[in-house]
Design a protein around this ligand. Structure first.
Ligand code: EPZ
Length: 417
């Protein structure tokens, strides 16, 4: 298994392009199952979750291949409606194939995606919504067996929680359903809007994406289209945390500033200075961050749960105490134990993490426990005294496109075995 060897306390400098959004790529690749013809998805990050999605598309009979920074999908060959366990388990984003395959094939048989490192990841909201649209779903022996004997029909669906995945599954199931679907309390993440833009370009009729109410008028069929993914706001936030942990000044290219609306003010409170021009964002970070007081993760447009771990790593050497409240997932502080091996002073209790800033962390052998936890250890290692050996790099590769190359380009001393 690969490892990263990082020598800390190197100033970063220069400009890097932000990768395309992982959490747009996964639902949009699943959405190609609904279309006929060819789609070209530009700025598709070269990450293992995208590779896993391509394998699922090929399993279903579609053609999916990478051409540089784009993924090409030829959707005319859909010939299966089942996705086996070994494919489903490769990425958490796979559950979004449920709505697409059920709508396209009238049936879907997927193995239940189990929990993962950050929580139980239930799908009750997905299943309840699809049943309201006429799906007959049996759950047994770890399999979901779904049918739409009379086709899927539009429905009024009020989500008790603005679930990103449930919103996406409903959108995919509703695009070619008979009638109109209204999603109340829909997730408002930018990746939802990106998915809606792809689907509308394919001929769907979706209004209100990005707001709390999304209306989808079912259409007969969808064709392929070309689509460039939005930049990955979490990858951008992670790079800002790398700069913040090393007192650096860097420029990110291809950023959509409003997508970082809940992240930038926190880093400004900590002493970082931002300047934006066009799609570039420059950050100048202080030698040592001030504490950020209290950070609560919330559904968009609140502070994103996926940025909690990298920001917590940057807060570990801030001047003062920062309290984190993780409101979205029930087990998303596993990185704190590994950070403690680097000298961090963090106490966790349920959804709370109290981070007492220390003067400096020191390099150690640490192990990533999940995608964003791995990012946190990378942030900490960049600012730490001495060398860090980071294992579990496969977690990082799920969501970050060659992070060691990106950071080396900014002057970090980072080697990969
Ligand atoms: C998406 O996960 C993202 N994944 C996650 O990114 C992200 O953290 C999350 O949204 C929140 O923004 C992808 O887009 C592939 P949810 P998802 O449904 O759809 C509960 C990363 O690091 N819930 O909004 O699974 C659930 O347990 C990943 O890139 C139910 O109870 O998130 C969680 O507590 C991690 N029942 C909360 O809602 C359901 O049926 C948020 O889940 C569905 C969700």
């Amino acid at each position: 298994m690969s490892k990263l060897f990082i020598t800390g306390q190197k100033r970063l400098s220069g400009c890097v392009e932000v990768q395309g959004a992982k959490n747009s790529a996964l639902p949009i690749l699943a959405a190609t199952v609904l279309t006929r013809g060819e789609s070209v998805i530009y700025r598709c990050p070269d990450i293992s979750d995208v590779e896993a999605s391509q394998r699922m598309l090929r399993w279903l009979g579609l053609k999916a291949s990478r051409s540089g920074e784009a993924v090409l999908v030829q959707s005319d060959g859909l010939c299966r409606h089942d996705i086996p366990d070994e494919l489903m388990r490769q990425t958490r984003g796979s559950i979004v194939f449920l709505g697409a395959v059920l709508a396209a094939a009238g049936r879907a048989r997927l193995s239940l995606p189990g929990g993962c490192e950050i929580g139980l990841r239930p799908i009750d909201l997905h299943l309840k919504a699809l049943r309201r649209m006429g799906a007959v779903i049996k759950e047994r022996h770890g399999w979901l067996d779904c049918r739409a004997p009379h086709g899927l029909k539009g429905a009024e669906i009020a989500l008790p929680f603005p679930s990103v995945g449930a919103t996406e599954n409903i959108m995919l199931a509703a695009c070619t359903a008979c009638g109109t679907t209204v999603i109340g309390n829909a997730a408002r993440e930018p990746e939802i809007t990106d998915l809606a833009e792809y689907l509308n370009r394919c001929g769907a009729c979706i209004e209100g994406a990005g707001e709390s109410e999304i209306v989808i008028d079912g259409v007969k069929e969808l064709h392929g289209c070309d689509h460039a993914l939005i930049p990955d706001r979490i990858a951008a936030a992670t790079l800002l945390c790398c700069a913040a942990a090393t007192g650096s000044e860097i420029t990110l290219r291809g950023v959509i500033h409003p997508h970082l609306g809940a992240v930038l003010p926190l880093l400004e409170d900590a002493g970082c200075q931002f300047s934006a021009s066009g799609n570039e964002l420059r950050v100048r970070c202080p030698e040592r961050l001030r504490s950020m007081k209290m950070i609560r993760t919330m559904p968009y447009p609140g502070f994103p749960t996926d940025a909690q771990a990298p920001l917590l790593a940057a807060a570990a050497t801030a001047d003062g105490t920062t309290v984190f409240v993780e409101n979205i997932f029930e087990n998303r502080y596993r990185h704190t134990a590994e950070l403690a091996r680097m000298g961090a002073d963090i106490k966790t209790e349920g959804k709370f993490a109290v981070v007492e800033g220390v003067r400096s962390l020191y390099g150690a052998a640490v192990e990533a426990t999940d995608l964003r936890g791995g990012a946190a250890l990378m942030v900490a290692a960049l600012g730490a005294e001495g060398k860090t050996e980071l294992s579990g790099v496969h977690y990082l590769e799920r969501g970050y496109d060659h992070p060691e190359l990106t950071l080396s380009a900014l002057g970090a001393e980072i080697l990969r075995t």
